[in-house]
Design a binder for this molecule. Structure first.
Ligand SMILES: CC(C)(COP(=O)([O-])OP(=O)([O-])OC[C@H]1O[C@@H](n2cnc3c(N)ncnc32)[C@H](O)[C@@H]1OP(=O)([O-])[O-])[C@@H](O)C(=O)NCCC(=O)NCCSC(=O)C[C@@](C)(O)CC(=O)[O-]
Length: 302
């Protein structure tokens, strides 16, 4: 088993993490969180989404948040854009990368973005074309690649089908997402292997929610098949508004601790990352969901 010597992490906390919060989170707090993440060494941050504020009110301050960030050289700032309306709103905010987000499950596609998989691809195609013409990078999030809250188990063939559609419209890299955290290592590997029919391993990332406590095991399993790019959420923030009961992404702190313990480089300063997670947890008045952060904070407190 050869594991990667270096792993790239995209922190999706400001977007995937905060989109589900019931209480309004001020733009200034979101901006401060992004600043703390970049200070901790994150080179990729998913900042916000340009979706309908009627569907996801928490992301209604998208342009304000993007405008408030003091950008750090070398950091890639990404935003979600489900359609041309979202892309046009995002364009003046100069994201480095846009993310179109589809689903391997028909039912989840309907609930999340109000259209079928085929219709979603029709909506994404002009977004991808416009983004590439602007010199932006394009990522495709593939939800429910292992299980769906409405359809149950998802077969790898459905993942392969979605990956083929993403490839056809020019999406450069894709996320294999376990949206509701039901995946176990072999199932996650099967979803990645299905994607490999269309994308090179360097262009596939793992996005694991930790609902069933499997996300670190799934991260390791994904590394075993060659994945070296992961999405995680500082302090384990989050969940998806259209995947009831799903908890947050695996905590970035937990992933970084595991990787550093295996001598795998991330470029991230774990202490600063813990401070970022504690900052947002305290703001939300919530216990930090990262086991590693809690352990390190207890150790600090002596
Ligand atoms: C996709 C839509 C917009 C379709 O929504 P729709 O209602 O089908 O769209 P529509 O084109 O019929 O337009 C309806 C209204 O929405 C407006 N509208 C239309 N588009 C936009 C836009 N981009 N920005 C702002 N407003 C928009 C549009 O202008 C119109 O306004 P009205 O005339 O009623 O005042 C809607 O379903 C939506 O916003 N859904 C939210 C999806 C979402 O954000 N989900 C969470 C993120 S995905 C996720 O978390 C999973 C992921 C990525 O993390 C990976 C994983 O773990 O699986």
């Amino acid at each position: 088993m050869t594991l990667p010597s270096k792993v790239q992490i995209i922190d999706v906390g400001p977007r995937d993490g905060l989109q589900n919060e019931k209480q309004p989170v001020p733009a200034a707090i979101k901006i401060e969180l992004v600043h703390k993440l970049q200070e901790a060494g994150l080179q990729e941050i998913e900042v916000t989404s340009f979706v309908s504020p009627k569907w996801v009110p928490q992301m209604g301050d998208n342009a304000q948040v993007m405008a408030g960030i003091a950008r750090k050289a070398g950091v890639r700032y990404s935003v979600l854009t489900p359609n041309m309306k979202g892309f046009e709103a995002a364009l003046p905010t100069r994201p480095d990368e846009i993310v179109v987000f589809g689903s391997a499950s028909e039912a989840f596609s309907q609930k999340n973005i109000n259209c079928s998989i085929a219709e979603s691809i029709e909506r994404f195609a002009p977004v991808v074309e416009a983004a590439l013409a602007q010199g932006m990078a394009v990522r495709g999030a593939m939800s429910c690649t292992v299980g769906c809250p409405y359809e149950g188990d998802i077969a790898p063939e459905k993942v392969a089908y979605l990956a083929s559609l993403m490839k056809e419209i020019g999406v450069q890299r894709v996320d294999v997402a376990d949206t509701i955290g039901v995946g176990t290592p072999r199932k996650v590997q099967a979803a990645i292997e299905a994607t490999l029919g269309y994308y090179d391993i360097a262009h596939i990332s793992g996005h694991f929610h930790d609902t069933y406590g499997q996300a670190l095991a799934n991260t390791l399993a994904a590394m075993e098949v060659g994945v070296s790019n992961f999405q995680s959420s500082v302090a384990g923030l989050g969940g998806c508004p259209y995947a009831k009961g799903a908890t947050g992404n695996v905590a970035t702190e937990d992933v970084v601790y595991m990787l550093h313990g295996m001598d795998i480089e991330t470029g991230i300063d774990l202490d600063k990352l813990v401070d970022a997670g504690q900052f947002i947890s305290e703001h939300l008045g919530r216990k930090n969901q990262s086991r590693v952060a809690v352990a390190l904070l207890n150790k600090r407190a002596g």
